[in-house]
Design a protein around this ligand. Structure first.
Ligand code: PGA
Length: 251
């Protein structure tokens, strides 16, 4: 399976800075055998696409979408609108949305299903909080999040889902989990996918997120069961992010 690295800009970079980022990133050398995507704010997607020109890397990703394709939903963005932009991926259920906006497993499941129907691979974010980890509940919590999110999804055909395991306590803290912790959890999540999708589960990538940087990416991506990374802070500088992509797949 080709590894996948997604830059998650979060609430950074309006159209001007987004365009400049893409132009700078395009000057960098990238490993051939790697899928790269950029999850940009909605208002910057057009600038990202325009700055890409004919280049297909990085692929476009959105950070969220609504669970319907049309209607009286003020302020929301529909999956079909994102597919008009040729978005290949869309994050759903990022912990920052679960925490700040009260997103539930049910909402995440509905979003993922409508995205997949629109031809966009949902990137389902799951992860335990520090408190849940201290109580030893992490396996159960993360399994429940994923089981709920994939309920309405297909494992084969177009728009194969991606799973991002992001322990909440590791996000933006400079304190990633150990590759061994991620490996164990990815194994746990792989079990959920197998139960739901059968053999097709083998095509679903499970990526790790949470304080991934230039120094630790190599170790994560050479760990069995880790199919890529979701990168926040370390993706904001285009050159640093390109170096990270290169470190991910040593030549
Ligand atoms: P981080 O964010 O790399 O800054 O920890 C990752 C994420 O939230 O996707």
């Amino acid at each position: 399976m080709k590894k996948l690295i997604i830059a998650n800009w979060k609430m950074h970079y309006g159209p001007l800075k987004a365009g400049a980022w893409v132009r700078a990133f395009r000057r960098e050398r990238l490993p051939k055998d790697l899928d790269v995507a950029v999850a940009a704010p909605f208002v910057s997607l057009a600038a990202v696409r325009a700055s890409l020109g004919r280049a297909s890397i990085p692929a476009l990703a959105a950070q969220d979408a609504f669970w319907a394709n049309e209607g009286a939903f003020t302020g929301e963005i529909a999956p079909v609108m994102l597919s008009e932009f040729s978005c290949a991926y869309c994050l759903v259920g990022h912990s920052e949305r679960r925490i700040n906006l009260g997103e539930t497993d049910e909402m995440v499941a509905k979003k993922a299903a409508v995205l997949q129907k629109a031809g966009i691979s949902p990137v389902i974010c799951v992860g335990e909080t520090e408190t849940q980890r201290r109580k030893g509940e992490q396996d159960k919590i993360v399994r429940a999040q994923l089981t709920a999110a994939v309920a309405g999804l297909k494992g084969d055909g177009r728009a194969v889902p991606v799973v991002a395991y992001e322990p909440v306590w590791a996000i933006g803290t400079g304190r990633p989990c150990t590759p061994q912790h991620a490996k164990d959890m990815h194994g746990n999540l792989r079990g959920v996918l197998k139960k739901k999708f059968g053999a097709a589960a083998d095509h679903v990538r499970i990526v790790y997120g949470g304080s991934v940087d230039l120094r630790n990416i190599g170790e994560f991506l050479t760990t069995t069961g880790i199919d890529g990374a979701l990168v926040g802070g370390a993706s904001l500088d285009p050159r640093n992010f390109a170096l990270l992509c290169r470190a991910a797949i040593p030549a």
